[in-house]
Design a protein around this ligand. Structure first.
Ligand SMILES: N[C@@H](CCC(=O)N[C@@H](CS)C(=O)NCC(=O)O)C(=O)O
Length: 289
């Protein structure tokens, strides 16, 4: 905590943290209307249920894309029981605080999934948990050989722990905060570049993150770090992404897979190509993917 003599340097100048933090609902920022210091539902709203075994409630952010990419990969690999309905949860409108969504995810964040092949349906939240559940359920994209399996989990857990520094740290302060704070941008740009270098170094002599096999680790990491390399936050130049050629090679390799091209547009509400909801494999037919 800053000492009061230095408070003139604080942002805003003169700010000193009070003894007890209180919620200022007018503190601005892009997410001010949905951020709350408490959990739970704000309104009653049941979730829709479609005809497929898996019901996904999500948005096409990097965390959402992980699940839709895996589902499209499973379907492409012949696992017909991976058919799914992808319902749109607009987090900017507060859909994640509806009572039905909170029942599936008490943490009120996308993605959330319900497996209706079990009675009562099994609920899943946290994208890493969803990836592991689906990979184990279908016996796919998760190696059984101990070293490759351990590497898959190493990189999956790395992604889950690391990406919040990219999204909630760098992305927030570089692209979304209501004003630019050099200290915050420097801190998180440093960490984001460190993470990009970790991946680039690891991928120098491996095709995929776990070695020779494409796994749920690649599926988890690609939307975040492939996203940075291809334009997320408009930060390619700022972060000098040309410094990471091995990561660029891997980004292109994963991005060229047809199931990845399909999965990344599901529940998207921004950008050129958007499939707001997905209920049928033919929903992709209108796109030139
Ligand atoms: N660790 C979670 C993070 C999920 C997450 O942060 N989801 C964001 C969108 S990418 C969200 O739903 N935010 C809504 C909110 O915070 O109210 C996961 O991987 O599933």
């Amino acid at each position: 905590m800053a000492d009061t003599d230095e408070s003139a340097n604080n942002q805003p100048a003169g700010y000193v943290p009070p003894e007890v933090w209180t919620w200022d609902q007018t503190n601005g920022g892009q997410f001010a209307n949905i951020n709350r210091p408490i959990s739970g539902a704000t309104h009653e709203r049941e979730l829709p249920v479609g005809e497929h075994p898996l019901q996904l409630y999500s948005l096409g952010t990097p965390n959402g894309q992980k699940v839709t990419i895996l589902l499209e990969e499973l379907l492409a690999a012949g696992h017909a029981d991976a058919e799914y309905d992808a319902w749109l949860i607009e987090i900017g409108k507060g859909d994640q605080f509806g009572s039905g969504f909170v029942t599936i995810n008490p943490n009120s964040k996308i993605p959330a999934l319900a497996d209706h092949t079990l009675d009562p349906p099994l609920r899943l939240f946290e994208s890493g948990s969803i990836l592991v559940y689906l990979a184990e359920k279908f016996g796919a994209f998760l190696p059984t050989e101990p070293r490759a399996r351990a590497e898959t989990f190493n990189w999956l857990m790395w992604q889950m722990g690391s990406a919040p520094f990219v999204g909630g740290g760098f992305g927030h302060f570089y692209a979304y905060a209501p004003f630019k704070i050099q200290y915050a941008i420097d801190r998180y740009a440093m960490e984001t570049k460190r993470q990009l270098h970790v991946l680039d170094t690891h991928l120098a002599d491996r095709t995929y993150l776990a070695g020779d096999t494409y796994t749920i680790a690649d599926i988890a990491v690609w939307p975040w770090y492939g996203g940075i390399l291809t334009g997320a936050y408009g930060a390619q130049t700022f972060l000098s992404v040309a410094d990471y050629p091995n990561l660029a090679r891997w980004t292109d390799l994963i991005g060229a897979r047809p199931p990845v091209k399909r999965g990344r547009i599901v529940n998207r509400i921004m950008g050129e190509t958007q499939l707001r909801e997905r209920h049928d494999a033919h929903d992709f037919d209108v796109f030139d993917l």
